[in-house]
Write a protein that binds this ligand. Structure first.
Ligand code: FES
Ligand SMILES: [Fe+2]
Length: 448
């Protein structure tokens, strides 16, 4: 306990984050006791629970929760533990008619009521009614299934504010999985998540963007526990990064001799789309490729951006994806990347969405489970059938290049932070405010 009490206090203006937040067992224990049970957590998507008996298990810290649809069609969540002697009942996801314990054979219906208590007559004073699966509070929004472990959190929509208002016209509920990969990482869940909560690292870690990413100016907005960042200078896309002189080159040859800004934007988006395999959709890349159909090379920024958006919307419509519900001002206000408190990073494009989720792995502050699950807008009936993939080691997971570049940082951050020479992070007061805000909120919950 002392190690946290003696750490420097996260004062409002310092932007300093004590390293104990990441490496201390005591800090992780307090998160487990005082934060994870008290928040709303995304367990899965509704699209995974389309019929009775479909289930997903959601593991976080030392808890495991089963989310399922019962015979009457209602969504349900239960602690994934046998009331007899504590065996975990199931793992992964699938389709089942009942839940079953492999140890002594007790069984439960999809609504959590006990179905079979083998030799139940041996007990006096305890019967099937006493050994139902313990329910977990559940709610849905935007196609996400949320759980609240202690059942005491404020109502979901209040907890999510301002998500329900700001994201309403985006219609998250219309989106479906593009793919789903989970890997174990040898770092704290926050080290992993924060690699995806700021744009400041992109020019160095993902230096292939530099020939044409423009002069990004990352600015943050905080909304209490949730926060986001955006590029305050998006019109510069297509131009070289002015910091290029300080950064090693990667992929510059694709832009050599290309002065036409429309072509530079197209090559840039194509590169990033290939390196993500999501978010920058095929439609978005096609819109960039076809810019010369609509605007001359020397047109002004606003005309170029307007033509790009219009083309993207037209291509989506051609593909059976109607975006008339989404005013462009609403979309613009969503910026680049959000932290849905506590453990999600979410990036939108018009018809794509990239979601990262980080979860502590048991009570080890040096290990986490990290999910990447992009969504996309598909024409009716065209969403792919996505099977969740799990990798103990990300090197086995065929992750696209951008994720590999990020993963290469996170283990080294966790190791580096343990040095006696490192007291904590000096987060960038402008570009890394989202990271700082996450710690401010966690500290308020667990130390307050
Ligand atoms: S531990 Fe589950 S039936 Fe015994
Ligand atoms: Fe990154």
């Amino acid at each position: 306990m002392n190690e946290i009490a003696t750490a420097p206090i996260l004062a409002d203006k310092t932007d300093f984050i004590p390293k104990e937040d990441y490496i201390s067992r005591e800090f992780a224990r307090r998160e487990k006791e005082r934060m994870w049970p008290r928040v709303w957590l995304v367990a899965c998507r509704e699209e995974e629970l389309t019929e009775p008996g479909k289930f997903v298990t959601f593991d976080i810290a030392d808890e495991s929760i089963i989310v399922t649809r019962d015979g009457a069609g209602a969504l349900r969540a239960f602690f994934n533990v046998c009331p007899h002697r504590g065996r975990r009942l199931t793992k992964g996801c699938g389709l089942t008619a009942k839940f079953y314990c492999n140890y002594h054979g007790w069984q439960w219906n999809l609504d959590g009521s006990n179905k079979v208590m083998i030799d139940g007559g041996d007990w006096t004073g305890i019967g099937p009614d006493d050994v139902g699966l313990r329910p977990v509070r559940l709610d849905t929004w935007g196609g996400f299934v949320f759980v609240n472990i202690d059942g005491q959190a404020q109502p979901l929509l209040d907890f999510l504010h301002p998500w329900p208002e700001m994201w309403e016209s985006f219609r998250l509920q219309d989106m479906r999985y593009r793919w789903f990969k989970t890997t174990r990482l040898n770092c704290n869940w926050k080290v992993a998540l924060e690699a995806f909560l700021e744009g400041y690292h992109a020019q160095t870690t993902h230096r292939q963007v530099n020939p044409a990413c423009g002069e990004n100016r990352w600015e943050c907005r905080t909304f209490g526990r949730h926060s986001m960042f955006y590029d305050a200078n998006p019109e510069s896309v297509g131009a070289p990064n002015p910091n290029l002189q300080y950064l090693p080159e990667l992929g510059a040859e694709a832009f050599t001799g290309i002065d036409d800004r429309r072509e530079r934007i197209y090559r840039y988006l194509k590169t990033v789309a290939g390196d993500l395999n999501c978010l920058f959709t095929d439609r978005m890349v096609e819109a960039a490729r076809r810019l010369p159909e609509r605007v001359p090379a020397d047109c002004d920024d606003a005309t170029l951006m307007g033509a790009f958006m219009t083309l993207h919307l037209e291509i989506a419509k051609r593909d059976g994806v109607d975006l008339s519900h989404l005013p462009l001002e609403d979309f613009g206000a969503l910026g680049t990347d959000w932290n849905m408190f506590p453990n999600l990073a979410i990036l939108p494009t018009l018809d794509g969405l990239l979601i990262y989720r980080a979860r502590p792995d048991g009570d080890d502050p040096d290990s986490c489970l990290f999910d990447i699950f992009p969504l996309e807008r598909f024409a009716p009936g065209l969403a792919p059938r996505v099977v969740r993939e799990f990798y103990d080691d990300w090197r086995d997971g065929a992750f696209p290049r951008i994720f590999v570049q990020d993963f290469e940082n996170v283990d080294e951050v966790q190791r580096g932070m343990k040095s006696s020479a490192f007291p904590g992070s000096l987060s960038n007061p402008r570009a890394e405010k989202v990271v700082w805000n996450l710690h401010r909120e966690i500290r308020e919950m667990i130390l307050g």
